[in-house]
Ligand binder design. Structure first.
Ligand code: PLP
Length: 356
């Protein structure tokens, strides 16, 4: 089977050097080599996130981290900011964990505003707010800095951030923002095969967690913190993915953080300009994510048909998420992908549009 280059918002295309790191011979997870691999990966993530808080590298998918965040932080009542499918999932997870929770909705394609968040926080006592930074179903990049500033007006309210399709593609300064939990999915803007989750956890979050009962075991941050303090993991981790992430972080620093973020912005600009000339953007233009573009299917093309055509070129893009299927389609421009590759993809879509 020939490989189709991924322009999906996860998993994203993995470059050859990162892929080769996955084939490193296996080591024991209680060995000194493993501790060195884990320590260096975690420290590189601290540098990327400009934080002195611990950054765990958990084995699992990002949805696991969503559940861990609320279980370890919410005792009283949680405010879930909902602006799309993933933020809605976080509300469902919170409720499923038996935590009292309210949702603050905005229309899909729009961003949350700090004013609305402040009003909601004034109406009830919340000890947690969840926000998805880059909402991958709608292409929104929420104004995280302003929201974090607002939440900080409420000293006992902790901010939990899903940066799954943002981290690695846009600058996030964890300590400056004052977030309490912040996690990514490596299969998004890092361009690493799925299976591990970088997750920043602040000391005050760990302190609150220790006062919360019935967190289970595998999802208890305290248990992970104990292992992490020895550069170990609780249980057998996805070692191959750790090798890959470690190498990918080296590449990111070699390219330079500013250059990486600029490359994402450049690819976003190319894609948006192209989309505006042929379709419309689905997303509020003031809050566009730099890692993916969600396009309103104003020409009524068959997105499935487009992908069949693109298969012949050896690439694949994403249909709209859930109810937005065929009404929108999504072009991911994150991870190791280069602007020339995005331009090539857009050229092929133009070929399809001429014929259809
Ligand atoms: C992909 C994604 C998730 C879920 O990630 P999994 O690794 O599949 O659990 C959560 N939030 C956002 C914003 C995402 O893009």
């Amino acid at each position: 089977m020939t490989h189709r280059k991924l322009f999906l918002p996860g998993p994203t295309e993995v470059d050859d050097r990162t892929l080769a790191a996955m084939a490193t011979p296996m080591i024991g997870h209680r060995s000194s080599e493993f501790r060195e691999l884990y320590r260096s990966t975690s420290e590189k993530l601290q540098e990327l996130l400009e934080t002195s808080s611990s950054v765990f590298v958990l084995t699992g998918s990002a949805t696991m981290a969503m559940e861990m965040a609320v279980r370890n932080a919410c005792q009283v009542r949680c405010l879930n900011l909902v602006c799309g499918a993933f933020s809605q999932r976080w509300h469902e997870i919170t409720r499923a964990c038996g935590i009292e929770a309210d949702r603050l909705d905005v229309d899909w394609g729009r961003a949350h505003t700090p004013e609305e968040v402040r009003r909601a926080l004034g109406e009830s006592t919340y000890d947690c707010v969840t926000v998805v930074y880059s909402e991958t179903s709608t292409g929104i990049l929420n104004p995280l800095e302003a929201i974090a500033e607002t939440v900080r007006e409420f000293p006992d309210t902790f901010l939990l951030v899903d940066a799954v399709s943002a981290m690695g593609g846009t600058k996030i300064s964890g300590d400056f923002l004052g977030v309490d939990v912040l996690f990514a999915g490596v299969q998004k803007a890092f361009g690493v095969p799925p299976g591990i989750v970088p997750c920043l956890v602040t000391p005050r979050l760990l302190e609150r967690s220790s006062a919360i009962a019935d967190k289970g075991y595998f999802l208890d941050f305290e248990v992970h913190a104990k292992a992490h303090s020895k550069w170990q993991t609780l249980s057998t981790p996805a070692i191959s993915q750790l090798y890959a992430l470690n190498v990918r972080l080296d590449q990111i620093f070699e390219e330079g953080l500013e250059a990486v973020y600029q490359r994402h912005q450049d690819m976003a600009n190319i894609t948006r300009t192209w989309a505006r000339e042929r379709f419309e953007l689905f997303t509020d233009p003031d809050y566009l994510s730099p890692t993916l573009t969600v396009i309103r299917n104003t020409r009524g093309i068959s997105v499935a048909g487009l992908n069949e055509y693109l298969a012949g070129k050896g690439v694949v893009l994403a249909n709209g998420y859930g109810s937005l299927k065929e009404k929108t389609f999504r072009i991911s421009h994150m991870g190791s992908v280069q602007p020339e590759e995005v331009e090539e993809l857009l050229g092929w879509i133009d070929e399809f549009l001429e014929k259809n």
